[in-house]
Ligand binder design. Structure first.
Ligand code: S3P
Length: 175
């Protein structure tokens, strides 16, 4: 049974890499945010607006406990998932957990390019965004770094590099 879970900051490529890995391994892919949205029939941004971050984190934990029971899957978490409650311990018990690690500058670039609807980043100027990423990453690293595996994805910026990253991931996890 294989269960692989990707964690890391927003913009680190968890969804892109997770989807590509699941295709190669021919097993289903779940993105925790999408799972939450389909179970709750609401966008993550709507849940934040209605219940605040605290309400979202409760839902996120409950939904995590559903998806992380599935077998033979690749799962990508939300950027904050491992940083609340005892989620990182639970993740490590359940799966091969990989932190997709990137510098604040790389994450900043990805997040400026992406059109994702991310409530925590809403309304920030590019400079404010970089400062926010730096500060939040510094705090979150204590959780991310507890992942059993770490893969540096700072150089992953195009399709070829996604393939290379998936290859590295397979090597790392012996898949
Ligand atoms: C969050 C990351 C988002 C989403 C929510 C909160 C975070 O997921 O779960 O907006 O706290 O880092 P992605 O990392 O997939 O953008």
């Amino acid at each position: 049974m294989r269960r692989i879970i990707l964690i890391g900051y927003m913009g680190s490529g968890k969804t892109t890499v997770g989807r590509a890995l699941s295709k190669e391994l021919n097993i289903p892919f779940y993105d925790l945010d999408w799972y939450i949205e389909s179970r709750m029939r609401k966008k993550v941004s709507q849940i934040f607006a209605e219940r605040g971050e605290e309400g979202f984190r409760e839902i996120e934990r409950n939904m995590l406990h559903e998806v992380a029971e599935f077998e033979d899957v690749v799962i990508s978490c939300g950027g904050g998932t491992p940083c609340f409650f005892d989620n990182i311990d639970y993740l490590n018990r359940q799966a091969q957990v990989v932190w997709l690690k990137a510098t604040p500058e790389v994450l900043h670039r990805h997040l400026l390019m992406g059109k994702g609807d991310r409530p925590l980043l809403k309304g920030k100027t590019p400079d404010e965004l970089l400062a926010f990423i730096r500060e939040q990453l510094e705090y979150r690293e204590q959780f991310y770094s507890q992942a059993r595996y770490t893969l540096d994805v700072s150089l992953m910026d195009n399709y070829d590099k996604i393939k290379i990253t998936v290859g590295k991931l397979r090597e790392l996890l012996d898949l």
